[in-house]
Design a protein around this ligand. Structure first.
Ligand SMILES: *Cc1c(COP(=O)(O)O)cnc(C)c1O
Length: 297
């Protein structure tokens, strides 16, 4: 489908909010993207926030704190929050209620049990291909429940019936995505990319954790993302934004490593280890991190 993941923030409620009479959906908000999706969904029905509002977003609160509504039309979550670097390492259990997942930033980074989901979507520009399109996978029995005013281009049933060719699709993006799928297969497919991604993330987190708090991750260990690794830089135990700026510019100057700046809403450093980043790239980064730390002593 066209319109990236943000279009799906509207398409999901327009197609699925109606599944149950109550016209209400459960949203598990663990960061920026799920928050944005929840805000959008409010236009189309009632949104029940599953997690306590006060919870800080450095991890995923334990199940005992969740407030799931058994009569919800669907349960929505984002399995990898790209900005803060929080990733679910399990698929939430929600009984008979269909599970909807924004997998934009970790789709095709690991194996995924499709059977556990009602709907999965992912914008292309992280691990699939050029921006502007989204992969949407949906259970067939969930088709045909769209709200009456749903635009045809957003109507899952119409899209499915027309083999995703209801209107002219973004052909260039789809073509490039096909080349990426071929590349992924040539690398040994999901199983081997999953293992490589695991090794990449581990190496980086080990470097952070063994830096005597010079580098520090705020994310609870069991929820740390393998795709987007965020950390801060401290000097003498105090957050040091000047050092962070220097880190970013020196990484570019010395090793041509770019886009290490954290998202503007959170600051700090963010290393996105998408499939295209190799283990050698991570080794270079780790070498630079150690060298940079030593220079500050
Ligand atoms: C990048 C991203 C989005 C936004 O995708 P667009 O194609 O820009 O709409 C949404 N959700 C997640 C998890 C993302 O990483």
């Amino acid at each position: 489908m066209q319109g990236g993941a943000n279009a799906q923030f509207s398409a999901v409620p327009m197609n699925l909010m109606n599944l149950k009479e109550k016209n209400s959906a459960d949203y598990i908000v663990t960061g920026y993207w799920s928050q944005k999706a929840a805000e959008e969904a409010k236009k189309y029905g009632n949104v029940n926030l599953v997690l306590p509002k006060s919870s800080n977003l450095n991890g995923i609160p334990s199940k005992s704190e969740w407030n799931l509504d058994p009569n919800a039309s669907y349960v929505y979550y984002c399995c990898n929050e790209t900005i803060s670097g929080i990733e679910f390492n399990y698929v939430p259990e929600c009984g008979d209620v269909p599970l909807v997942c924004d997998a934009s930033s970790n789709f095709l980074s690991k194996l995924l049990d499709i059977n556990k989901f009602g709907c999965i979507f992912a914008s292309a520009q992280k691990n699939v291909g050029p921006a502007g399109l989204a992969v949407v996978i949906i259970r067939e029995d969930l088709l045909g429940h769209q709200l009456s005013y749903t635009p045809s281009v957003f109507d899952y049933k119409i899209l499915a019936k027309n083999n995703s060719l209801y209107n002219t699709p973004p052909t260039y993006g789809i073509y490039i995505s096909g080349l990426v799928f071929d590349w992924l297969k040539s690398k040994g497919g999901l199983e081997s990319i999953q293992a490589a991604n695991q090794r990449k993330a581990l190496l980086l987190y080990e470097t952070i954790d063994s830096s005597n708090e010079f580098y520090s991750s705020a994310i609870q260990k069991e929820n740390r993302s393998r795709m987007n690794i965020t950390f801060r830089i401290k000097k003498d135990g105090v957050l040091n934004e000047d050092l962070e700026k220097k880190f970013i510019s020196e990484a570019d100057k010395r090793y041509s490593m770019r886009e290490l700046k954290g998202h503007r809403s959170v600051g700090g450093i963010r290393v996105s280890l998408y499939n295209a980043i190799t283990e050698d790239h991570v080794k270079t980064l780790v070498k630079f991190m150690k060298e940079f730390q030593l220079e500050q002593l």
